[in-house]
Design a binder for this molecule. Structure first.
Ligand code: CO
Length: 449
């Protein structure tokens, strides 16, 4: 049995407020506690990437790069971790390699130490470019396995992907369970297998959405997982991670005790409680989260069920909701069992909604066509040939890496910015513009004139 202390990654400053406070925590609210958090003994602090970049520009009138530099100034001891969607960077489409490389270079130069990289389909070809770039910049590269349940997501499939990630240079592997589907005993088996076959550290990232995450972490600890992701209590639970304090306390009497001191957390947690109230009031946020074990049966990410209910109401088809719940897994199977995470979750959902409202595959959204064409990458399982025929006819799907079809984009972006009246912006600003052109231009209009 592994008797080494479990390491903890604190997520309150990224996933915690992304999950529970619509990613609205501002830099000024983080500042007063950064030095204290830095002293607690975390393995890393996840504080950048994911939706925070978009949120800074779109909702908070903040420059995300400036936030990163500020975080770095105050977190001198603990590594800063970020979450990156492979070839999608922090956006929603594939970007050309030159943009991916430059983004990673600037992220590391401005303060990121650990980069967790994932692809919605676990297609490692979509991770090559970003992983190599991160390696080259000297960052710790963590390859993530997007966890889901399907006939094509057996432990042996995850092991195969993990080995590919290690081959691409991954310094550690994360089991990324964004929907909270990973059950305790499944976690035990998967962690055991990965630990027995790989030498790199294994980390687990789950959400409490289905109510299982704390149990899952405990079984993963028993199986020898090296690192767990937790959030300080005000930003923990329900759709977020298990609470840092609770996990530290739970492991305290075990051979895997973390060595973190429970008393150190209370002052910071009190502060974050106040901050959370402030954010919720300022942005009029919904705080009505609860665990939803239905995600286990329907394998949908948290929040998606309620979105679907609303969508069906808007279409005047609320009565077809039970039908939709049956249609979602059917569509997912027909399309080759993609894990349901951004953007594949939305793509499968939109197809299922159309199928139950206007008839099966009568109308096909462009994104569904592109997914079948291979433009998002390789599907985990085979696409139903009859359905493929309906969706793209005799067209041959691509079998190469999707980003190979993209020409370099940086020069075009620079030209676009010059045309918009910004000939001399920094590379960081140009990258903000690359990912979110409209919101970046709005920000520049206020701050770069
Ligand atoms: Co997460």
């Amino acid at each position: 049995m592994n008797n080494t202390p479990i390491k903890i990654v604190e997520t309150a400053l990224r996933d915690g407020h992304q999950s529970l406070a619509a990613t609205r925590m501002r830099t000024k609210e983080m500042l007063p506690i950064l030095e204290k958090v830095d002293q607690l003994g975390y393995h890393a602090i996840e504080a950048w990437g994911g939706a925070t970049f978009d949120s800074c520009l779109r909702f908070l009138d903040e420059d995300p790069w400036e936030r990163l530099r500020t975080l770095k100034k105050h977190l001198q001891k603990t590594p800063i971790q970020m979450l990156l969607r492979g070839q999608n960077i922090l956006g929603y489409t594939h970007y050309a390699d030159d943009v991916v490389q430059e983004f990673i270079k600037r992220s590391v130069a401005n303060g990121v130490d650990i980069i967790r990289i994932f692809d919605a389909l676990n297609d490692t070809r979509n991770l090559e470019c970003s992983m190599l770039a991160a390696k080259q910049e000297g960052a710790h590269v963590q390859g993530a396995l997007v966890y889901t349940i399907s006939p094509y997501h057996q432990d042996s499939d995850f092991l195969k992907t993990a080995k590919e990630l290690v081959e691409l240079g991954a310094d550690s592997i994360c089991i990324k369970d964004m929907a909270g589907l990973l059950a305790p005993y499944a976690a035990y088996d998967l962690v055991k297998l990965l630990k027995s076959e790989l030498t790199v550290p294994i980390e687990i990232h789950s959400h409490c959405t289905s109510g299982m995450a704390e149990m899952t972490y405990l079984k993963a600890a028993e199986a020898g997982v090296d690192i767990i992701d937790t959030a300080l209590s005000p930003f923990a639970g329900t759709t977020s991670q298990p609470a840092t304090e609770s996990m530290v306390a739970a492991l305290d009497a075990s051979p895997r005790r973390t060595g973190l001191a429970l008393n150190d957390f209370s002052e910071i947690a009190d502060y974050l409680t106040t901050i959370k109230k402030e954010i919720v009031t300022d942005f009029k946020l919904n705080t009505n989260f609860s665990i939803d074990p239905k995600v286990i049966s329907f394998q949908l990410p948290g929040g998606m069920l309620s979105n679907l209910v609303n969508q069906m109401k808007e279409l005047g088809a609320a009565d077809k909701y039970p039908e939709l719940l049956k249609e979602m897994p059917k569509v997912r199977a027909e399309l080759g069992y993609p894990p349901l995470v951004t953007p594949t979750s939305q793509i499968v959902a939109s197809m299922a909604v159309m199928n139950v409202t206007i008839g099966r595959y009568k109308m096909i959204p462009t994104q569904v066509k592109d997914m079948v064409r291979g433009k998002y990458g390789r599907m985990p399982g085979p696409i139903d040939p009859a359905i493929q025929k309906i969706i793209i006819g005799d067209e041959q799907p691509i079998t190469h890496r999707p980003a190979d079809d993209l020409k370099p984009q940086l020069a075009t972006l620079a030209a676009g910015l010059t045309e918009a009246g910004y000939p001399n912006l920094s590379m960081e600003d140009m990258l903000s513009y690359a990912l979110f052109p409209d919101v970046a231009l709005n920000y520049f209009a206020k701050h770069r004139r």
